[in-house]
Design a protein around this ligand. Structure first.
Ligand code: NDP
Length: 312
């Protein structure tokens, strides 16, 4: 039997839970589906020191538990489950949960997040949480006065290098091409840092270490006549090779940019479809911070509340 609800929130990161807090306080009895990774990317990080309101820092897990409990306190129905298909073509938005349960919602907030890209090396899995990270601002602190390498050549990689260079002894930037893709200003910024070495045409082939990462196996000038291999001693490896938004479900339904991020109207969280809002990393190619995700979840919810009240 089809379940009828007013407000559906898809995804359980800071955007989804914040949207839920606002929607439940407006008596919309929102239903929130947590998706594949309840609590989102932050549950995979350790300490979070830059979320306002936690002067001593907070673990990603604890922060998401707090947000979840706050949403539940006001009546959000938080459920396990993955949305497997959506139909936004009519006024009533139809979604299917776990390929079986059908829901009709008056309005929907999509907050499905983004996932960091990895190189695809088995060693990334082996050393996950033990020297491999895709979030410098989350984990950089643990490498204070240590040697790390950042992989990537874009603005994120350069930003990570700047961030890490302030606390690490030495930072290597491993760039697969002979040039950086990053903006000129970021290139200039890293060129002025004494403890940063940019290694062009260098790629990671593997990692080694007894108790965590102690070094990376590097190939220089892959597939060229002068290809060479060597070991680089590092304590941590940071991936900054881009994120992919978790928007596959909405392809052909919502307007996406060329990277797959959901497009929202200027100054708003409204998608191209009335009654459907997007918040958090799935709609944010730029900031991708917990606090900006939470803020966009708040905005999406306030717009949804206004939309539903006008409909009534
Ligand atoms: P980008 O897609 O711009 O860059 C990704 C980098 O990772 C590229 O240098 C790419 O190399 C490299 N890369 C990808 N796959 C691999 C691989 N398998 N092995 C080695 N290297 C790899 O991603 P960003 O996250 O840096 O930026 C995304 C967008 O966000 C950009 O538009 C950027 O400008 C923007 N941004 C803006 C910021 C700001 O305004 N302050 C801050 C951060 C991001 P290659 O060049 O060879 O393809």
């Amino acid at each position: 039997m089809t379940e009828k609800i007013k407000c559906l929130i898809i995804g359980s990161g800071p955007a989804g839970y914040t949207a839920a807090i606002y929607a439940s306080r407006a008596n919309l009895n929102p239903v929130l589906y947590e998706g594949m990774l309840p609590g989102g990317q932050l549950t995979q990080t350790t300490e979070i020191e830059n979320f306002p309101g936690y002067p001593e820092g907070v673990t990603g897990f604890a922060l998401m538990e707090d947000l979840r409990n706050q949403a539940k306190r006001f009546g959000t129905d938080v459920r396990n489950g993955v949305i497997t298909s959506v139909d936004f073509s009519n006024d009533i938005k139809k979604v299917i949960v776990n390929d079986e349960h059908e829901i009709d919602a008056d309005a929907v907030i999509v907050s499905t997040g983004a996932s960091a890209k990895y190189l695809g090396l088995p060693d990334e899995v082996k050393y996950a949480g033990q020297g491999v990270s895709a979030c410098a601002t989350c984990d950089g602190f643990f490498y204070r006065k240590k040697t790390v390498a950042v992989v990537g050549g874009g603005d994120t990689a350069c930003g990570d290098v700047v961030y890490l260079s302030a606390m690490c002894k030495q930072v290597y930037l491993l760039v697969r091409k002979p040039y950086l893709r990053a903006s000129k200003i970021m290139q200039e910024r890293i060129s002025k840092l004494d403890n940063v070495t940019v290694l062009f045409e260098h790629e990671v082939e593997g990692l080694f270490g007894e108790n965590g990462v102690e070094g990376a196996k590097i190939v220089k000038k892959r597939n060229q006549a002068d290809e060479s291999h060597f070991d680089l001693a590092i304590d941590g490896l940071f991936l900054a090779i881009g994120h992919h938004p978790n928007s596959d479900l909405f392809k052909g339904i919502l307007d996406l940019d060329e990277q797959g991020y959901i497009k929202t109207q200027s100054g708003s969280q409204q998608t191209n479809i009335q009654g459907v809002y997007a918040a958090g990393d799935v709609a944010d190619p730029k900031y991708q911070q917990a606090i900006t995700a939470a803020a966009s979840g708040c905005k999406a919810s306030m717009e949804l509340i206004s939309y539903l009240s006008k409909k009534e």
